[in-house]
Write a protein that binds this ligand. Structure first.
Ligand SMILES: *Cc1c(COP(=O)(O)O)cnc(C)c1O
Length: 232
């Protein structure tokens, strides 16, 4: 077994343990293997272990990998998405996790209508209000979701957050709990076309805490594929 498969097994057993601790079903937590910057050969190794969900944060990279890998893979767009790159993602990704502006939602609507499909999306919320990050401020989320709920080709299925980089994952528990509470509040509004059933939260450093707080999708990169080398 290669290092990547080995890492994967560890992550999967940690997920299982976190689910048990929280009294949750392991089937209710989807592991997204974040393969950004990593080669197709490593993705194939993880794929051969039965993982089908992969995350990318660059539209062209998602497109290129989609085009060469088996079509039963499920690609998740998890990163900042510029409007002029929406065309690479709609029709390839099963979900866009990072809808954080009205203009982006509008562009996704346009592209999805053109391709005659419904695009599942999550709204990115900036729970820790970090200036360096995108996303909707939590207090604006309900109004924002009302405004994008009118787009017929967008299917808003939940919320996503990127928690701060911390050494102790416990520090992020309040943000994960906050995201879950926000989803509950949004569901109470009974907005047409809106059902909050997904919480995409938790990365290599904090996915176990996120699962304890109700994550339905965790996005793990380094924990599976190892450190990323950005200077190629
Ligand atoms: C890179 C990335 C991840 C994975 O980060 P790791 O710390 O390597 O697990 C998760 N979510 C988003 C949005 C990312 O860009």
């Amino acid at each position: 077994m290669g290092i990547t498969a080995d890492n994967l097994k560890k992550v999967q057993s940690n997920i299982l343990r976190a689910c048990q601790k929280a009294g949750r079903n392991a089937e209710d937590v989807c592991l997204i293997a974040v393969s950004k910057t990593k080669p197709v050969t490593m993705i194939e190794e993880v794929l051969s272990e039965g993982v089908l969900d992969f995350g990318e944060n660059k539209p062209q990279e998602l497109r290129d990998k989609y085009d060469v890998l088996p079509k039963d893979l499920r690609w998740h767009m998890i990163g900042n998405l510029q409007r002029n790159k929406v065309k690479y993602v709609v029709g390839r990704a099963v979900m866009i996790h990072s809808v954080g502006s009205f203009e982006l939602a509008q562009e996704i609507q346009k592209e999805a209508a053109k391709k005659n499909l419904i695009m599942p999306c999550l709204i990115e919320v900036n729970m820790a209000k970090e200036a360096s990050k995108g996303g909707i401020m939590p207090e604006d989320a309900i109004d924002f979701i009302r405004s994008v709920s009118l787009f017929p080709n967008l299917h808003i299925e939940g919320l996503m957050t990127i928690a701060p980089y911390v050494l102790d994952p416990e520090e992020n528990r309040i943000y994960f709990r906050g995201l879950r509470n926000l989803a509950v509040d949004i569901n109470r509004e009974n907005i047409d076309n809106i059902c909050m059933r997904h919480l995409s939260m938790g990365m290599t450093g904090d996915y176990e805490v996120a699962i304890e707080e109700g994550a339905t999708m965790v996005r793990v990169g380094t924990g599976i594929f190892g450190e990323r080398n950005y200077v190629l």
